[in-house]
Design a protein around this ligand. Sequence first.
Ligand SMILES: Cc1ncc(COP(=O)(O)O)c(C=O)c1O
Length: 422
Amino acid sequence: MKRHSRVGKEFNPETLALGLGYEPALSQGSLKPPAFLTSTFQFECAADGRSFFELAYGLRKPEAGEDPGLIYSRINNPNLQIFEDRIAAWDRTEKASTFASGMAAISTSLLALLQPGDVVISSAPIYGGTHFLFENILPRFGIRAIQVLGGDGCAERMRAVAHGAGPDAVRMLYVETPANPSNSLVDIAAVSALARELSAGRERQVITAVDNTFLGPVFQRPADFGADLVLYSATKFIGGHSDLIAGVVSGRADLMADVGVHRTILGTMANPHTGWLLLRSLETLSVRMRRQAKSAMVLARLLDEHPRVDDVRYPGMLVPGSKQHDIYSRQCTGPGSLITFDVQGGEEAAFKVLDTLEVARLAVSLGGTETLVEHPMRMTHADVPPELLNSFGIRGGTIRMSVGLEHLSDLRRDLRQALATI
Ligand SMILES: Cc1ncc(COP(=O)(O)O)c(C=O)c1O
């Protein structure tokens, strides 16, 4: 299936997720792409092998319509390539690459695009693993990461920090929106505009990178707002069944070429079986995310009205007229299904609720078919100093919930019975 219909109309991503980039006639007519569980590919002739390697190692540019050719599953594999075509179509980007995990996607991209002396300015909070990469690993390569509070006014804070750091040193603006675990939103268009402003007259342009794990690609497409790179933990909604670990990056072809070479050499690609599972998952992504968001909206209201619950943070509950609501209305087409809330009584009460829930499972991760609950301060974000977490509104009583596909009445009853114990 091609990206456009015979009359030239582009198909929607949900339709492309069922057919783009796969030709049944090349696989015995198999309707679904088979799992290409092979480490290597046999060349038809030596000249093909030479030409495939010339392209893979960037020794020459492809000729118009030239197929890069299959070589070795660390370099390329049909299961990953078909998935990458489909996710790039969804993100409206030029190219995508699949990785062994979200962290493999993030760390490979940053190592590919940054060099000693570079500064990354990021929104905060960010996922705990990314925080660790920024604080403990990038500095060993001479790369400085500076975090500024996300939410309203993030781009202005980034501008101030960029001028302090020496704007020529800034190479990347990194944003996680909605942020894990605070659910605060960052204005991607404002950050991309800042990147263009800082790039003026410079040879090495400032890159805008967005972690789109919480809402994308169904409810948020950062490239539409000027982002150069879109990053995902595909372990979450894209995989969607809590049965795989994977990551994706999609973006501008020139940046993705560097990211692709680093993936090949660092060996951080996903394996073919994971690629096959991701293809299966992508077919139901839109249906799952929409249904999960519908249930989350009901549960967020229930929590908001509960006398023992404070500070429900959910993009579907933003106050009209507020700056966060303004960002949401321009940037997002749905609220997603991650809810962050506080229970009264601090950590002890939060642990009681987590231990009493019966339908919602106590586990980290998110975006799967089952509802998961966790305690950010003591679990996913345990490496972030508590005072810093407090400044993001993450406290002892804070619980993060990822709403799944269980029957809504079971989830509602479960939440009520657990909250009744505190
Ligand atoms: C927003 C976000 N980005 C990146 C990651 C890392 O992804 P992975 O666990 O697939 O390496 C996570 C994991 O929870 C996440 O929540």
